[in-house]
Design a protein around this ligand. Structure first.
Ligand code: SF4
Length: 305
């Protein structure tokens, strides 16, 4: 049996940075540090940080006034900052922002497109914290979402029924590259005008119907690495947190190649029968999966073999 681990599997720089920020703040403020929401979408990482004295609050109401607070990697809507300010939790004082710089970049793209007269449509999951943060800069709850390539016709319908003059489509950082291509292709096949690609620097705003590639490079690298080994493997194991968008996309990518795929959080979910009569085992992991979890899975499969 051969075990292949995908290139770039595991932590991306944005996740590492968020964990470093939280650990650093907690070290300086033992037993007094709060994180608002899941810092990153991985249960084990959250558990380990909890052991270091960090408190996780799902609601702002659960954070005490003036508490030393860290904001998660996925970014936040402006209302989070104003609500925290009411509790005297303020950037530069006791608020430590671990928003990934690549998420901030998407916020800035959204703001600039909106300010230049574009109706901005978001390719993303409407309940994902990153999308909630980005949609705050657009139309809040009324932001129009395409959650998958299958939503192309409703996008066309939304544009035509509102007679929008300028429309831009952007993406959540962790969506499927192939899914985004498919969405744009399908919209172009069904709409009177063609959506042209606008560069990320937004230097040329002359086109009225545009899309911007805001899927982050670490996500693209993980999707490519997964595709590469899924094409050679007899069975694929994708490791990632239950709520991790980029991990779920890796599992979907692997399944789209036609290989048997199992999505797990840890080695104890492995089943021996998955590996019966299999020669090549592929392993990939989402951007918030720690190396230790990947190594444990490799070790457990070796034992089964
Ligand atoms: S997946 Fe991309 S946007 Fe999200 S934290 Fe990692 S680098 Fe940042």
């Amino acid at each position: 049996m051969e075990i292949m681990v995908a290139k770039n599997a595991g932590f991306c720089f944005g996740v590492k940075r968020a964990i470093d920020i939280a650990e650093d703040v907690a070290k300086k403020n033992p037993k007094k540090t709060y994180v608002y929401g899941q810092l990153v979408h991985n249960e084990r990482v959250i558990e380990e940080l909890g052991k270091k004295g960090i408190e996780f609050a799902e609601k702002i109401g659960s954070i005490p006034n003036e508490a030393i607070t860290v904001l998660r990697a996925h970014g936040e809507p402006g209302t989070t900052y104003s609500d925290l300010k009411k509790k005297s939790i303020i950037s530069g004082k006791n608020l430590n922002d671990a928003t990934c710089p690549l998420v901030t970049l998407v916020h800035n793209v959204a703001i600039k497109l909106k300010n230049n007269g574009y109706e901005v449509i978001l390719f993303g999951k409407r309940d994902h914290p990153e999308s909630i943060g980005t949609s705050y800069h657009l139309q809040g709850k009324d932001t129009f979402f395409a959650e998958s390539a299958e939503d192309a016709l409703s996008v066309v319908d939304y544009i035509t029924s509102n007679n929008f003059y300028k429309v831009a489509i952007i993406s959540q950082t962790t969506m499927s590259v192939a899914g985004y291509d498919k969405l744009i292709g399908s919209i172009n096949n069904n709409f009177e005008a063609k959506f042209e690609k606008m560069q990320l620097n937004l230097a040329d705003m002359s086109n009225k119907f545009v899309f911007v590639d805001t899927i982050c490079n670490p996500t693209k690298q993980r999707q490519l690495g997964t595709e590469d080994i899924a094409k050679k493997a007899d069975v694929m194991i994708i490791i990632g947190g239950k709520n991790s968008s980029n991990s779920k996309e890796l599992a979907a990518k692997s399944r789209s190649i036609g290989v048997e795929t199992h999505f797990i959080q840890s080695q104890d979910q492995l089943e021996a029968n998955w590996f019966k009569d299999k020669e090549k085992i592929g392993i990939s992991a989402g951007a918030s999966t720690p190396d230790i979890t990947i190594n444990e899975v490799v070790e457990a499969i070796n034992k089964i073999a």
